[in-house]
Design a protein around this ligand. Structure first.
Ligand code: AVJ
Length: 324
């Protein structure tokens, strides 16, 4: 087998510029302003997210790693895999835990990293190629919400969607996502490995999204810097404060940015001017937490049958394996 640093590009030309403009125009002209969380992750935002994963208050990353350390062998045995496809692979830092287990359990031949960031794809696969010289490492630039049909359809695959990122999708989008995964896996077979944060008391959840050192606040405000850089906007970033609330009804954390004064913001790259009242909040992320039964119910509604579920001793996080 061979290692290729090349990226297979499925994103249409100017996809990111175009979707950013569309998302901003749609989200900032609503009565209750919103922005999708995918725009946090420029270079600075990805760096800040890496810092978040190391915070004492932020449990998902470390807990997921722990579950993989303890159970990757069982997961691999439950679903022998020729190709691991990781969606939103980012830095691929937890990937070796899965690769090692899948290699030991059967005949893993390839790893496909899927992300919208070329830099993340190249950096991650360069690191992995040092540890796994015999694995066929591939990189695909694609949007996991709309382009799953372009991923490899041959062989027994495992689609890993880790980190709890599924919680960034609202229920309708989650349903669409699960249906697409099921369609991808229907021919050839395979499994979905899904990482989800679990519903916890607000005393645990809120600090995870509003840490004492203010890294998450910086991460949240970074989306305004992205708009300033990409759209020539003139947000006064420091005039917004970070807010994290637990929405009991929806069972999700909401991150918001609250305007500390009334202001008008120009976004020439989106051909848009918007105004904020003092105290007005812009919702920048939902991060849904789940009850184990609800994970199973949503998967089964998309004809994905739960083949296994693993949680940490404190019940903060779950990894669920599902098959068509
Ligand atoms: C990377 C989307 C899983 O929702 O917990 C971390 C992003 N937001 N702190 C999450 C995030 C605030 C994270 N995900």
């Amino acid at each position: 087998s061979q290692t290729s640093p090349e990226i297979v590009h499925h994103l249409p030309p100017h996809y990111l510029e175009r979707t950013l403009r569309e998302d901003v125009r749609a989200g900032l002209t609503k009565a209750a302003k919103t922005l999708p969380p995918k725009w946090f992750y420029d270079q600075r935002g990805s760096y800040l997210f890496e810092k978040i994963t190391q915070l004492p208050e932020y449990f998902p990353t470390r807990t997921e790693r722990r579950i993989l350390e303890d159970h990757a062998g069982e997961i691999a045995t439950a679903s022998p895999t020729e190709m691991l496809i990781e969606l939103g692979s980012g830095s691929s830092r937890k990937t070796p835990l899965l690769l090692d287990a899948l290699k030991a359990a059967g005949d893993l031949r390839s790893y496909v990293a899927v992300d919208v960031s070329d830099t993340a794809l190249i950096e991650a696969n360069t690191e992995l190629s040092k540890i796994y010289p015999d694995l066929d490492l591939r990189a695909v630039a694609a949007d996991f919400e709309s382009q799953l049909h372009l991923l490899p359809k041959d062989g027994h695959r495992m689609v890993a969607f880790l980190g709890g990122t599924i919680g960034n999708l609202e229920p309708d989008a989650r349903e669409q996502f699960f249906l697409q995964v099921r369609e991808l896996l229907r021919q050839g077979g395979g499994s979905l490995l899904l990482g989800t944060g679990l519903v916890q008391p607000p005393e645990i959840l809120i600090p995870a999204y509003d840490d004492a050192s203010g890294v998450t606040a910086d991460f949240n405000r970074n989306v305004l810097r992205v708009l300033n850089a990409e759209l020539g906007a003139d947000f006064d970033v420091e005039a917004f404060e970070h807010v994290a609330v637990w929405n009991e009804g929806e069972e999700w954390i909401e991150m918001r940015l609250r305007a500390t004064r009334a202001m008008r913001v120009r976004l020439p790259g989106a051909e848009l001017d918007v105004s904020f009242d003092q105290g007005e909040e812009l919702r920048t992320e939902v991060s849904a937490k789940f009850r184990p039964e609800r994970i199973a119910a949503e998967l089964e509604a998309a004809n994905l049958r739960v083949a296994g579920q693993w949680t940490d001793p404190e019940g903060r996080y779950a990894m669920t394996l599902a098959e068509p």
